[in-house]
Ligand binder design. Structure first.
Ligand SMILES: [Zn+2]
Ligand SMILES: [Zn+2]
Length: 119
């Protein structure tokens, strides 16, 4: 089940730079928006597109290591460890981001991931 909204995803994508032009203004390409939580982000400046994965329930089931990693991520605001994963975006082979929420203070921030190299 996908609970995050398209508006929310677009707003939070704006906190990371485009892999090509480094701008931070993105939309979701409506034409290729799947019902399975696989969306496509598009840079509003250079039109670069990249996959956005909104179905985290499924992802966490297939990636058993990820929940452990989430427990190790420190909040950028309160320094407590332990975040929940809202969605992720594979900006490029080297730049994948987890968009997470601190479980303590509810701050939302992007966490660069290095787990996607073999995808
Ligand atoms: Zn761009
Ligand atoms: Zn926090």
């Amino acid at each position: 089940m996908v609970t995050i909204t398209q508006q929310e995803v677009e707003r939070r994508l704006g906190t990371v730079p485009c892999a090509i032009c480094k701008a931070s203004s993105f939309g979701i390409d409506e034409r290729v928006k799947g019902t399975d939580g696989e969306w496509r982000g598009i840079c509003k400046k250079c039109y670069y597109t990249f996959p956005v994965h909104a179905d985290m329930e499924f992802y966490l089931r297939t990636q058993p290591d990820v929940p452990y990693r989430l427990k190790e991520i420190s909040c950028t605001a309160c320094d407590h460890r332990g975040v929940s994963l809202d969605f992720r975006a594979t900006m490029s082979v080297r730049d994948a981001y987890y968009f997470v929420t601190c479980q303590t203070c509810k701050r939302q921030f992007p966490e660069k991931s290095s787990l996607e190299a073999f995808e």
